[in-house]
Design a protein. Structure first.
Length: 279
């Protein structure tokens, strides 16, 4: 089923419990069979479900079928630079052209590149079903590895970034075993706003170092108020006690924790370099 209206899509989903397909870049690799059995709902033709725009209130709306290529091409303020950088890290150019932002969120991988960036942008998700809509903060939507708060009859139709979070500058840094086409060992998204020579706002999120990406509120609080003429030093314990990294084939827990601290420091140093701070 490839409907052009959201109403038809939600009706079909409610009646059949279909598998939802968008870019399919994660769906097919996760399928152990030669094809997808049962009904499939392709959401890529639904009108209004793709694209990025700013609302009258100054919020940013990202449609559920928006691709990573759309993100890269969109004219967005510097607060979204980290999100664009993450988009360029999502697989190959072919994956970026097909894979969707909503699919990345619903797949709920602990190493999903887009998640820390959207968390640092205070993003929320809009979920629709035949019974109506509800909005959840992204931090509440992601409940565990490959687990979300999405009900069986719901679609993630949009992501919203509030106007207050679309300010300042941002950075995304990712560590992997090679430069491209790699699953993260650790990744960091950071956003800072500077007013009158001091850090007025900070948002820091770390991915691939816990069951779900996490905002580091203690690090953020320590950064706020810092004089940008002096290099803020990230205290390792503020980072590591908020994370729960694992040992796996890509890295052990200790290395992941160390990498997260280093990546946050590099991101902060890079953003403040233009403010006259020596890294």
């Amino acid at each position: 089923m490839r409907p052009t209206s959201l109403t038809d899509a939600l009706r079909f989903l409610d009646e059949t419990g279909a598998t939802v397909a968008a870019g399919c870049t994660d769906l097919f690799p996760a399928t152990s069979r030669r094809d997808l059995t049962g009904p499939v709902l392709d959401v890529t033709a639904i009108q209004g479900l793709r694209g990025i725009s700013m609302t009258e209130d100054g919020d940013w709306h990202i449609g559920g079928a928006t691709t990573w290529r759309d993100v890269i091409a969109a004219p967005l303020p510097p607060a979204f630079d980290m999100f664009k950088a993450a988009a360029r890290e999502v697989g190959s150019a072919q994956i970026q052209a097909a894979g969707t932002v909503a699919g990345n969120l619903c797949n709920a991988s602990p190493a999903a590149d887009g998640v820390p960036c959207l968390m640092a942008l205070d993003a929320s998700v809009r979920l629709a079903s035949g019974r109506g809509e509800r909005v959840l903060p992204l931090t509440d939507f992601l409940t565990g590895p490959r687990k979300t708060a999405l009900a069986p009859s719901e679609l993630l139709v949009a992501i919203t970034v509030p106007a207050h979070a679309a300010t300042g500058q941002s950075r995304f840094l990712k560590l992997g075993a090679r430069r491209y086409l790699v699953i993260s060992i650790a990744m960091v998204a950071a956003r800072l706003t500077v007013e009158e020579g001091r850090i007025a706002g900070a948002a820091v999120a770390v991915g691939a170092c816990s069951a779900v990406a996490r905002r580091l509120s203690e690090v953020e609080a320590a950064l706020i108020g810092q004089d940008v003429a002096r290099r803020p030093v990230i205290a390792p314990h503020m980072v590591t006690r908020s994370l729960a990294p694992i040992d796996d084939i890509r890295a052990d827990a200790g290395y992941r924790a160390h990498a997260a601290v280093e990546l946050i420091q590099r991101a902060v140093d890079d953003m403040l370099a233009g403010q006259g701070v020596a890294a």
